[in-house]
Design a protein around this ligand. Sequence first.
Ligand SMILES: [Zn+2]
Length: 446
Amino acid sequence: MRLLVLFIISAVFSYGQQSQIVDFKELKADLSIFPKEKKVSGTLHYTFQILKKTDSVYLDAKQMSFSLDNSSKTKANLSANEDKIWIKYPFEEAKEYSIAFNYEAFPKQTMYFFEDQTWTQGQRKYTSHWLPSIDDVNDKIIFNLSITAPAEFEVIANGSLEKESPVFNDQKQWQYTMKSPMSSYLVAIAMGNFKKQTETSSSGIPLVYYYTQNNESKVEPTYRYTKELFDFLEEVIGVDYPWENYKQVPVRDFLYAGMENTTLTIFSETFVVDSIGFVDRNYVNVNAHELAHQWFGNLVTSESSEHHWLQEGFATYFALLAEREIFGDDYYYWKLYQSAEQLTELSEQGKGEPIVKAGASSLTYYQKGAWALHILNERVGNLAFKQAVQNFLNKYKFKSATTDDFLEEITLLNGDDLQLSINWLMCLLAKANPYTIKRLIVVISL
Ligand SMILES: [Zn+2]
């Protein structure tokens, strides 16, 4: 996610222990959205593997009503409290189960209804306000959403659109499917009077640019350089884009700059500009940042908030590398200098903090994280850095990882300078900031 305004992430994200007992594998959801009633309902078919014998498992679900569907293979007992639905059954170890149930929700947050648009915002564990799912980022699920909604709208969700079909009462159904699993906070729906234009990346991935009616002339300036950013990131990261397609949708009153839902970035319509507006304010940085998250965050997710920089530091750094491709070296170093100034100020106020920390400030996760990667890349060289990043992504793909997991990939590579680099990186990561970024710049340039 890229914030419009820097703020302190104060929440300490906890993560549940249920992942030791059950592994939710796949969801087939038949949803209906009622924008006027501000309601979502549906039938969910969940498949899961029991890892340890138990008499109950749960899904996170905030203030919803439920009933078992007749088609359910597992005839479990369902009960709900404020924030969970409990599935009770004598589950046996190493067996796979599937359950089908109906639900209805009137989301108070996370799914937002406007007269002409409905959209969701799931980070970091808010999807359970509109879709029974798993708040713990470590249980990754293949999400297949079919959505029925008023036919006048376009409905966009994660993955590939397999089918669009009319149903009764001026309604239409959109069927989306995914091939690979992801954390629940990355599930998204955007619905509205959208039109689209499509381009294809050099590797053949469809890049879909949505826009609202009357904004056709702003498509090019708004999405300018998207293909370049995409092609560059695939090349510099060295791992193929891991998903079916990449769609971007601007929505009204969005709370952030952008959110990297898998295959479906939702961003603030304040970034929709014409060629003149582009000069003052454009989407390029947010565009690159959310795209980088498709690898750093979506493919490999940080195991807990302590390691959040693995998502935000990486997305910030790789966005900066992509922008360097377009705007040049001066831009790159100017941006680094600016964030060094901000970090120094934080440090001088006595608020400097290590990168690996639960509840650190976004300046720490984003900018200091990016600085750590810049330093590491300078020290080990582009080739070794790229190799380590590639190994890290391949080893933990569709899973979650910690800072140690990343550092291990760096350590596994040979290089004379390497131990020194790791020492410097560890200073940034582990200690409570005895070195300001400015001192580090001096040291690096020596
Ligand atoms: Zn981000």
